[in-house]
Design a protein around this ligand. Structure first.
Ligand code: FMN
Ligand code: SF4
Length: 367
């Protein structure tokens, strides 16, 4: 039963024991709580865990590979995950938030005159001027940072890296945010340049390292996603990224719209179904034979196995289902389907928990 889910695969040069990947997920928890969550997910039988939002430079907000404490933190994570015969991937990202511009909203947030929901569009409005005015020197420093971060990630024990194609890569990719008139703006080729240079910076330092790319796709009619790559421009971006050194793609809807679009609840008007973003995988497949991971509302074993067996996707990534039940892969392998706590895509305690600053949890958690 579900033989394809349980079959091993070569994922861009990395051997995975089965086809289930824990999608990048930010938790907002204490170190100890986070280590325990990741331990349970690795113990639950998935083949690889992707650690979300690992910055490509020093950071005052996030744990950074570039300082001693952050490096030790990531080293500990890789040890925990490896002890369960599970692989671990670092999602390398550069924020596209203009920290200086953000400072002016701090008093409003502290006095609660601006809610977190109101803050999001205000920050989004700062992205286009930031991306469009960034100096070429700063761009080169950031793209080079992807290479340095990948080197540190490998030293800390990561098996592969994923370049986060949203955030700054996504904003450069999109005409919604990128209004530049130099070699980084205008044509699709120029808008792909930032991401391509980030990938090349990794490839030049680490010729053998598998590099996954989180390909954030945006669509018109109806309009969803603002950063990332338009469906009609995939034919330009995908071959350029492969030439730069990408060995696999992780395909999802682009960000900078509502978080409920990229993490859609069961009552979403457009993305409510199982495998809601798989149509983007089909589009990417037209331009590459590299492995492709699908993500988004995947949790029905029969459905997932069909998508894998038909070759539509190479791996299935899950965030919320493995939050709801980290043992999903083990239970599927053992045929204990009735024992699975199925994620109902309510978003109450996972996305909801994160938004309310209580950390990522699930309604199934006790206490
Ligand atoms: C609480 C939470 C945090 C997330 N954090 C990240 C992140 O740091 N980076 C990222 O690329 N995606 C992030 N995502 C998106 C997931 O990787 C995934 O694409 C999305 O949840 C859809 O998959 P699912 O239906 O299996 O949950 C997050 C999702 C959730 C629920
Ligand atoms: S809180 Fe709801 S949406 Fe989130 S993981 Fe749990 S069941 Fe799924």
């Amino acid at each position: 039963m579900y033989e394809t889910i349980n079959s091993s695969v070569n994922y861009g040069g990395l051997e995975l024991k089965n086809r289930i990947i824990f999608a990048p997920t930010t938790f907002g928890l204490s170190d100890e709580e986070y280590f325990e969550k990741i331990r349970r997910i690795a113990a639950g039988g998935c083949a690889m865990v992707i650690i979300g939002d690992v910055p490509v430079g020093k950071s005052m907000i996030e744990k950074s590979l570039f300082d001693k404490k952050g490096f030790a933190y990531y080293q500990k994570l890789t040890e925990i995950v490896h002890s369960y015969d599970c692989r671990i991937c670092a999602q390398l990202h550069q924020s596209d938030s203009n920290m200086l511009a953000m400072l002016k909203y701090v008093p409003g947030v502290l006095t609660k005159k601006i809610s977190m929901q109101e803050l999001r569009p205000l920050l989004n409005a700062e992205v286009a001027p930031y991306i469009s005015k960034l100096s070429v020197k700063k761009i080169k420093k950031i793209t080079d940072g992807f290479g340095k971060a990948a080197e540190l990630a490998v030293k800390a024990g990561f098996d592969m890296v994923q370049v986060h194609g949203d955030r700054m890569c996504g904003s450069f990719s999109s005409t919604v945010f990128n209004k530049r008139t130099d070699e980084y703006g205008g044509s699709a080729e120029n808008r792909a340049r930032f991401a391509v240079e980030a990938v090349k910076a990794i490839r030049s330092r680490l010729p053998e390292l598998p590099i996954d790319y989180k390909l954030a796709v945006r669509q018109e009619e109806p309009h969803y996603g603002n950063a990332g790559v338009l469906e009609s421009e995939l034919g330009v971006f995908v071959p350029m990224l492969v030439d730069a050194g990408v060995t696999s793609f992780h395909v999802a809807l682009a960000n900078h719209s509502s978080l409920e679009d990229t993490i859609p609840p069961a009552n979403h008007p457009y993305f409510k179904g199982q495998g809601c973003f798989l149509k983007y995988c089909d589009e990417v497949r037209q331009f590459t034979d590299k492995p492709i991971t699908g993500v988004g509302g995947l949790n029905d074993p029969a459905f997932v196995d069909d998508q894998l067996a038909s070759g539509r996707i190479t791996c299935a990534a899950m965030s919320r289902q493995l939050l709801a039940d980290p043992e999903w892969p083990n239970k599927v392998a053992a045929g204990q389907l009735k024992e699975i706590h199925r994620c109902v895509r309510c978003n109450r305690k996972c996305l909801g928990g994160l938004q309310q600053h209580q950390g990522t949890h699930c309604i199934y958690e006790k206490g």
